[in-house]
Design a protein around this ligand. Structure first.
Ligand SMILES: [Mg+2]
Length: 176
């Protein structure tokens, strides 16, 4: 596992809510259209198990997607994600609502994004996370960028790192 700076490790340990973009983060960003005009996306199984482990470690999950899709609603239901916002280019109002519903301060939230629309959320949350194949401007503004691309293990990598650093910080608190 990549050695993280103390600053990033501390930010990961503080995360109480992880907010996820869909296209390019939970998927590889490709949209497939059937001849019926239906939209298809592919999700990565190991991201799902890592996200369930995060929830087991008391991290709340949310999805804020610029697009709207029945497949996303189905994937969110499978993962037990109840906070789902879709179909809005401006993602900030969703983040504010999320904070008031959950009572979790935005400083204790992280957002994983890959595109320009995610930058506004990066500036609001305590921890900005991105994926290897994100837009260069987005990567440049992230606190930490996964070594793997979106839809191919990036979310698993980020989720595993959050669990690891939360557990390490909890152990340090107990022994201290
Ligand atoms: Mg995206």
């Amino acid at each position: 596992m990549t050695q993280l700076s103390a600053d990033v490790a501390e930010k990961l340990a503080r995360i109480e809510l992880l907010c996820l973009d869909v296209d390019g983060v939970l998927t590889d960003g490709k949209l497939y259209y059937t001849s019926n005009g239906e939209e298809l996306k592919a999700f990565y199984t190991q991201d799902g198990s890592a996200l369930k482990r995060l929830q087991a470690n008391q991290v709340t999950l949310a999805i804020i997607s610029g697009r709207s899709s029945a497949m996303v609603r189905r994937r969110a239901a499978e993962l037990g994600i109840v906070h789902l916002y879709e179909g809005s280019e401006d993602k900030l109002p969703a983040l504010r609502e999320l904070s008031s519903i959950t009572g979790i301060d935005v400083a204790n939230m992280a957002h994983v994004g890959d595109d320009i629309a995610d930058i506004a959320l990066f500036e609001a949350v305590g921890c900005a996370l991105s994926v290897a194949d994100a837009h260069p401007e987005v990567r440049a503004r992230a606190d930490w960028v996964a070594s793997l691309p979106g839809g191919k293990g990036a979310v698993r990598e980020l989720a595993d790192a959050i669990v690891l650093h939360k557990n390490a910080a909890a152990r340090a608190e107990h022994s201290g």
